[in-house]
Design a protein around this ligand. Structure first.
Ligand SMILES: [Zn+2]
Length: 81
């Protein structure tokens, strides 16, 4: 599983609705909207991802809490397509 760098959802690489290559690394997104957000500021998101990968290797039991009003909940909605 890959992590969507924008909303931090887990994304199946095989089924990712959107993906992009940045600095020879593939990034997978849960929705085209996340790709758009990423491409507006790829430096920022790739930096965040580096931080997160680092943190994960240190603390595997960390729980990520996401606010229910965040953007990606709208993408998840079955009517949002
Ligand atoms: Zn997303």
């Amino acid at each position: 599983m890959a992590i969507d760098p924008v909303c931090h959802m887990e994304v199946d690489e095989e089924k990712a609705p959107a993906k992009t290559e940045y600095k020879s690394q593939m990034y997978y997104f849960c929705a085209p909207g996340c790709k758009v957000a990423f491409e507006k500021d790829p430096e920022f998101y790739s930096f965040i991802r580096t931080l997160e990968a680092y943190e994960k290797s240190l603390r595997r039991d960390t729980t990520v809490v996401m606010p229910s009003d965040s953007e990606f909940f709208r993408y998840l909605s079955p009517t949002a397509k």
